[in-house]
Design a protein around this ligand. Structure first.
Ligand SMILES: [Zn+2]
Length: 391
């Protein structure tokens, strides 16, 4: 569809929902976001913005949309993700872009295409109204929902080549327009026990990896999980849970291998690198008690928490803008993680902020009200019109 035929932020959102972009690590289908990136690139170019693709190894590219209103002026960046979670089991056609009773339905309608549409539309209106004292960038990332390849590639590679340093970044995610300034990180790991296979008729000739794992789980619950004490005033308490288990090859054989997968939620201020040593300490006690025990920790995906100086001028100014519009400007923390953890490695301050109710994200009923998008456009416009300082 041509840009001219899209007459509202909600209309743009409906178009975005109709382009499937379920994360490639969920479906196995590569470059899942390429269609959305291509559509947005054409849309942005069609209304006079610069739009370029930024390569992400193993994934579709990120898309960077920029509008330089004034040479040398500070830059404000928005970041939103183009991928979605799985579209299976939804209550309606996940890619229909159905509009009913003032709401837009579909996978990604709330998380995160509503935020893409709101930020794009805000910039479009600002440009039509004569521009801003601030230059604006909108970064559309890939793979936010699984491994953060898009935000990581941006921080590792593309940020240095930008040619400007943003005053801060609004990580556009559905927060009901409430500002999130801190959030938890993630540390995934697996633990493997290795036993000796034997016929089930002679268990004493083998060693059950499942029985060993039972001891490991018990030690982990008592010696590690129940002792986690890190807390954050905005984000709550560190968490850890054993969420997957796999062991054994057939019902008539003693299992020679068992694996559990563990999710650890890291509080701001905690060092994710300390997770594995903490687990190893508990396992070492088991190993000392039974030197024949074979147990191994396998590190997995880690995601940085968002931890920053809440007195940073950028954050204070964003909160001031929100309050100035009569909205709830109390800074909040979140137990979930976003691209902000990665982006905060290079950009001095982040606020996670956007239209849409996050309790509808990832659900069978995902939707967003057109009115919520309009409120998002108004708030984003207010932020884009401010004069920012790139200190
Ligand atoms: Zn999201």
């Amino acid at each position: 569809m041509k840009p001219d035929n899209i007459t509202s932020a909600a209309g743009l959102l409906a178009e975005l929902v109709r382009i499937p972009s379920v994360n490639q690590f969920i479906t196995g289908k590569k470059e899942a976001e390429a269609g959305v990136a291509s559509f947005l690139k054409d849309f942005a170019s069609g209304i006079g913005f610069d739009a370029r693709l930024l390569a992400v190894a193993g994934c579709a590219p990120d898309l960077l949309i920029t509008k330089e209103f004034k040479k040398g002026a500070p830059w404000l960046m928005f970041a939103a993700h183009m991928d979605t979670v799985s579209a299976e089991g939804m209550d309606f056609g996940p890619f229909s872009g159905l509009e009913k009773d003032g709401r837009i339905f579909g996978r990604g309608a709330c998380d995160d295409k509503g935020c893409i549409a709101a930020s794009m539309w805000a910039l479009k209106e600002i440009a039509e109204q004569g521009g801003s004292k601030t230059n604006i960038a909108i970064l559309c990332t890939v793979d936010e929902e699984q491994q953060r390849h898009g935000a990581t590639a941006f921080s590792n590679t593309h940020f240095a080549a930008l040619g400007f340093k943003p005053a801060g970044v609004i990580v556009a995610e559905p927060t009901s327009l409430k500002p999130i300034v801190a959030h938890a990180g993630i540390g995934h790991f697996s633990i493997k026990t290795s036993g000796i296979a034997a016929h089930a008729s002679t268990p004493s000739k083998g060693r059950s990896a499942i029985k060993d794992m039972v001891r490991v789980i018990d030690a982990l619950e008592k010696g590690y999980i129940s002792r986690l004490s890190a807390t954050d005033p905005l984000c709550g308490k560190a968490q850890c849970s054993i969420n997957m288990i796999h062991g054994g090859r057939q019902v008539n054989a003693i299992p020679d291998e068992c694996i559990i997968q563990v999710d650890r939620r890291v509080m701001p201020g905690e060092d994710a690198a300390s997770i594995i040593p903490g687990v190893e300490k508990v396992l070492d006690e088991l190993r000392q008690a039974d030197p024949s025990l074979k147990v191994q920790v396998l590190p997995g995906f880690t995601d940085r928490p968002l931890k920053q100086d809440l007195n940073h001028p950028f954050i204070k100014k964003v909160l001031g803008c929100i309050g100035g519009m009569g909205l709830d400007a109390a800074p909040k923390g979140a137990a979930f993680a976003t691209d902000a953890g990665e982006l905060s490695r290079t950009i001095p301050a982040c606020v996670v902020l956007g239209p849409g109710d996050d309790s509808l994200a990832h659900t069978a009923k995902e939707s967003i009200a057109a009115g919520e998008i309009e409120s998002g456009v108004r708030l984003y416009k207010k932020l884009m019109e401010e004069e920012w300082k790139d200190d």
